[in-house]
Design a protein around this ligand. Sequence first.
Ligand SMILES: [Zn+2]
Ligand SMILES: [Zn+2]
Ligand SMILES: [Zn+2]
Ligand SMILES: [Zn+2]
Length: 360
Amino acid sequence: MSGNPLGNNGPTAGNSPPNAASSPLSSVGNGGGGPKSRMVPLGGGGVGGGLTLGGNGVGSASVGSNGSVSGNGSVVGGAAAAVAVGGAGVNVVSNVPLQNVPPQNSSANQDLASLFECPVCFDYVLPPILQCHAGHLVCSSCRPKLTCCPTCRGQLGGNIRNLAMEKVASTVMFPCRYQSSGCGTSLLHTEKLDHEETCEFRPYSCPCPGASCKWQGSLEQVMSHLMQVHKSITTLQGEDIVFLATDINLPGAVDWVMMQSCFGHHFMLVLEKQEKFDGHQQFFAIVQLIGTRKQAENFAYRLELNGHRRRLTWEATPRSIHEGVSSAILNSDCLVFDTSIAQLFADNGNLGINVTISMC
Ligand SMILES: [Zn+2]
Ligand SMILES: [Zn+2]
Ligand SMILES: [Zn+2]
Ligand SMILES: [Zn+2]
């Protein structure tokens, strides 16, 4: 390997790994993502830029230094950081007019919906609806935890369906679970879960990978949470930076995280190493926007590994932190490579990933 894994893109060499685009500079623009890539047209963005250790980016030289290892062995960025991260740029739609309120009878509908409230968790009891011997309802998530009916203390035993209530339930408009956070949507129970999954009033979870942080809050609070609780995450300014993941040979599952801010937004870069059952390791690299799904659609990101006459590129729309990266990683909807590819591009156990954000 040459000393500088990020430079050096000569003419095509043979013998490139299956997934790697080992190409002359001019053809990089359309770099090859895997079969599931959502290729996004990138606005003209300078190809050359991706290759140079662009001004800003290498400030991350300091990033190399000390990956602090926390909890489950996640390496979180380097020590450098301390780049001021303004809270700017994150807009949230508030005061959204109520949508989808059932046209009439809405108070009668509310009365009906309230009949379906679970006496334990106050969530709605939705089909299949089970009742106690005396006819009281309890929701399906509470029921397995109960030994008797919470209303009459009678037995819950047996699975007594209440088909009439199930029929009624299918005609009632239930308010979204995030009504108290401001969502005015009411829906049929069959549509409720899907809506809630993407409801813009659903609280945001901490975008750091791994399940260690349980924080939830509004979009506006995410950056201050990250700055207060995840202080070690480095932030780099600029559209074109180098994310240097140190010690990629650390055993076990490891996450590397870095923030990139540009276009008035903050992006979180995640590199995750997973160890499969047979000791086979895979790396997943992905970018998520600290913003809504709608905002994320305005951007594209490109990840590039550059090595000795080799280049591996992935381009896609960033995820919103509202949806998170775990399902994308599960579906390989990101830059995926294995240990041998990582070794091709690594230098002394450190892997540089060029990250370019563009607007589209
Ligand atoms: Zn319940
Ligand atoms: Zn009962
Ligand atoms: Zn909602
Ligand atoms: Zn957190």
